[in-house]
Design a protein around this ligand. Structure first.
Ligand code: 8NA
Ligand code: MG
Ligand code: MG
Length: 345
């Protein structure tokens, strides 16, 4: 489809759910042989297995809250979103939430709470979380708002409800921007795509809080920019091993060690790779490759899935995968509503 087409919206929201659901199998695994990934994925084609055999986790649970809030309020409303996060957590607490964020989610359900951003600020002795939990749910901001400035602003605020450290919320800004650019067709020119992300993040990470947090955590002056430069270097190489990707970019639960990695997965899988089945679509390659990195596989595949789905569109999503994943049908319907909201103005 053309820029911001319905197919791209559906691809983005559905593939994020698929990444989460199929990635759950390997979450936290240190080494994941490609053979195991391909076996897991071919298992999804077994017709006898029934629908929704793979449950979604915190990534999709929180993304659904963002989607519902944006649709119901026709825009960003932090009170409404905070309430939805709290309600969702108390209804289904066993979705694999990070061990820190559950304290925020419990506090957000208090009727006495005045400032909905305060519980997140109190995390980790006042430093705030740098986990990837803000980034994993950032895609809907790119779908709801046509202007990049709004995408950045609301992805940041949406993340700050649980992640007040700039290394957490700036991961969400980066992820939302990647989805935004992909929806516009920017992945047709991969070098320009990564160049644009670097330029945007130069500005984002030039802010005082970001520079201060990076200093305190002993990271590079502009940590996401540094990683994006590494992504660009790895893109230019003809052969890259999984080990190199993990050591250069990471596969962990910190936004800094997973958002640039997800972006790399998408870029790397734009072309066929000899260790992936020839009949795989680009989207299938992206998700398979994300799982083979190990570590926080559900979240990396969820983020890579959103970016890749926005590029390839819903046509590249296998029906059999969709049928196996809880929440995929819902995501497909909500994508249509977000598409309408996006094109409303
Ligand atoms: P979070 O905010 O609890 O952060 C995740 C973890 O990161 C925390 O529990 C801490 O260990 C660490 N952390 C974050 N900020 C700081 C800090 N300032 N100082 C010290 N340590 C810190 O949760 P989240 O919403 O960011 O979730 C992140 C990931 O954890 C998600 O992938 C989610 O699925 C979850 N998770 C991951 C695994 C896994 O094995 N990869 C397993 C279960 C849950
Ligand atoms: Mg998860
Ligand atoms: Mg995870």
């Amino acid at each position: 489809g053309g820029p911001a087409s319905l197919s791209r919206f559906r691809g983005a929201l559905v593939a994020a759910v698929l990444g989460d659901c199929v990635g759950g199998e390997f979450e936290g695994a240190e080494e994941v042989p490609m053979e195991s990934v391909l076996q897991h994925l071919s298992g999804l084609e077994d017709e006898t297995k029934g629908n929704c055999i793979l449950e979604y986790s915190d990534d999709t649970a929180m993304t659904r809250c963002v989607v519902q809030s944006l649709l119901n309020r026709s825009g960003f409303d932090e009170q409404d979103l905070a309430r939805r996060f709290a309600k969702e957590y108390s209804a289904s607490p066993a979705r694999g939430y990070g061990s820190g964020v559950i304290h925020v989610l419990k506090k957000l359900s208090s009727p006495q709470l005045v400032d909905v951003y305060q519980p997140a600020r109190d995390q980790f002795s006042g430093r705030g979380s740098f986990g990837n939990g803000g980034a994993m749910r950032a895609a809907p901001f790119a779908l709801a708002f046509p202007d990049l400035a709004d995408v950045k602003r609301f992805a940041r605020l949406g993340a700050m409800l649980t992640h007040s450290c700039s290394l957490g919320y700036n991961g969400a800004v980066l992820q939302a921007m990647a989805v935004h650019l992909s929806l516009q067709g920017a992945l047709n020119l991969p070098q320009q795509f990564i160049g644009r992300l670097i330029t945007e993040m130069e500005e984002v990470e030039g802010e005082e809080e970001a520079l201060r947090d990076a200093r305190i955590l002993k990271e590079a002056e502009k940590p996401f920019c540094e990683r994006l430069h590494k992504v660009r270097d790895l893109m230019d190489r003809s052969k890259v091993s999984i080990e190199e990707v993990i050591s250069e970019l990471g596969n962990g639960i910190a936004a800094l060690r997973s958002v640039p990695t997800a972006i790399f997965c998408v870029l790397h899988c734009l072309q066929p790779q000899d260790y992936l089945p020839e009949n795989y679509s680009g989207l299938e390659r992206t998700i398979a490759y994300s799982l083979a990195l190990g570590g926080d596989t559900d979240t990396i595949a969820c983020m890579a899935g959103a970016i890749a789905g926005a590029h390839y569109g819903i046509e590249s999503v296998p029906q059999s995968w969709m049928k196996c994943c809880e929440g995929a049908e819902d995501a497909d319907m909500n994508a249509e509503r977000l598409h309408a909201l996006h094109h409303q103005t």
